[in-house]
Structures are given as structure tokens and as C-alpha cells.
Write a protein that binds this ligand. Structure first.
Ligand code: G6P
Ligand code: MG
Length: 216
């Protein structure tokens, strides 16, 4: 494969924000009088803020809430989440992530972020990674959530690279499906038993080199 661009999911690939999402969602659920497990939390990876809230309210048997109530709850969770991520530093970048993205650029491969998170700009800024990406597509600029391919297709188009020449790096099942739905190969970050549809699965970006990309 002739790789011309690498598109990276943010949460779980470049930085482990899942723990902050979990703490904030758990606090909200606890305030509403119920709890959910870490296993259930796995199902929230790659899932948009509103879709996550709907899943959690379902787990708590909260019944139907009005749009206004739902927005209030989502805002509350996000305020707590933002409080936590504003304290993040470059020390929280996952092992090998900065090095691999830099190596891609040095090899002439374009780089993009493709994330569902509306907090992408602040996270990249706190990690001091914004300049490493040619294009940033996030939850503020797409409407169809993963597994819809919109976020990655848009990234590829903005980079001017055909999907067949793009590789997506993803930790979520929905994200791998999104890449495939967009005609791109996906490298899974996590466990092969979970990310069964990925072309290759690695434990992190410290486990891959630019030379290996052509063989995916
Ligand atoms: C990523 C995370 C999800 C999160 C979503 C929206 O996909 O994996 O857990 O719900 O982004 O994030 P946001 O920062 O916009 O609430
Ligand atoms: Mg992710």
C-alpha cells in the first residue's frame, strides 16, 4: 500500500482521556442515583457526548428526559471534564505518539486528527501537539458520528489524499468501522480480540515504525 496520509483518533490513541471521561460520567450517574461499571464504560469509547449520555441514562433506567434536561446533564459532565483536561500536560501524551507522528511528517506522510471530541482543540493545545497535524477534524466540524466515515473522509479530502492511500489509527470498534466505511485501512490500538476488523492491531504507537506502514 502506498501510504500518503495517517489519520489519528485522539482519545485513546494520542492521549488517554478515557479516564477523565469515565470520572466525569460516573460523577453524573452517581448524582442521579446510580452507577455503571468500567466494562460499560468501554462501550463509550469513540461515542459522541450525547450518544454516551443516552447510553448511560439507559443503564440507570432513567426513562425519557426532555432535550433541555439532556443538554443540561451533558453540559454538567463536560464542565467537570474540561476542569480535568485543562490541567493536562505533554507528560500525558501516550508513549511513542509524538515520535511516530513526527516521523510520518519527516517521511513526507501527511497527518490529521479525526476525533469525535468537541474538546479536541484544547487537548491538543495542552499537549502542545497542534502544530504536528496538517489537518484537524473534530466533533465541532462533523455531524455524523462514527461508525459513519464522515470524520475520516473529511480529513482525507482536506489533506487532498484519496482514502485508499490513508491509514487510520483507532482504539474504538466504532472508529475502525468508520475507517473501513470510508474505504481506509485501520490500525487498531488495543487488543486484537476486541478490534477484530483492524488490518493490524498494536498496543500503542510506540510499537510501529514508518517503514512498516507500506506493509499494512
Ligand atoms: C471521543 C471519546 C468519547 C467521547 C467523545 C466526545 O470519541 O472516545 O468517549 O464521548 O470523544 O467527546 P467530547 O469531548 O466532545 O465530549
Ligand atoms: Mg478513541
Amino acid at each position: 500500500m502506498d501510504v500518503k496520509a495517517c489519520i489519528f483518533d485522539l482519545d485513546g490513541v494520542i492521549v488517554d482521556t478515557a479516564v477523565y471521561h469515565y470520572r466525569a460520567w460516573k460523577r453524573l450517574a452517581n448524582e442521579l442515583g446510580f452507577d455503571f461499571t468500567e466494562e460499560q464504560n468501554e462501550q463509550l469509547k469513540g461515542v459522541s457526548r450525547m450518544a454516551s449520555l443516552k447510553l448511560i441514562l439507559g443503564w440507570g433506567n432513567m426513562g425519557q428526559l426532555s432535550d433541555e434536561e439532556m443538554n443540561k446533564l451533558a453540559d454538567k459532565k463536560n464542565d467537570w471534564y474540561v476542569d480535568m483536561i485543562t490541567h493536562m500536560t505533554p507528560a500525558e501524551i501516550l508513549p511513542g505518539a509524538k515520535e511516530f507522528v513526527s516521523a510520518c511528517r519527516q517521511a513526507g506522510i501527511k497527518t490529521a486528527i479525526g476525533s469525535a471530541s468537541k474538546n479536541t482543540p484544547v487537548i491538543l493545545q495542552k499537549l502542545e501537539l497542534t502544530p504536528l497535524f496538517d489537518v484537524i477534524v473534530d466533533g465541532n466540524s462533523v455531524s455524523a458520528p462514527k461508525p459513519a466515515p464522515e470524520v475520516f473522509v473529511k480529513g482525507a479530502a482536506m489533506l487532498g489524499v484519496p482514502p485508499a492511500n490513508c491509514i487510520v489509527f483507532e482504539d474504538a470498534v466504532a472508529g475502525i468501522e468508520a475507517a473501513r466505511n470510508g474505504g481506509m485501512k485501520a490500525v487498531g490500538i488495543g487488543q486484537p480480540e476486541v478490534l477484530t476488523k483492524a488490518a493490524k492491531v498494536i498496543s500503542g504507537l510506540d510499537q510501529i515504525s514508518v517503514d512498516q506502514l507500506q506493509h499494512i
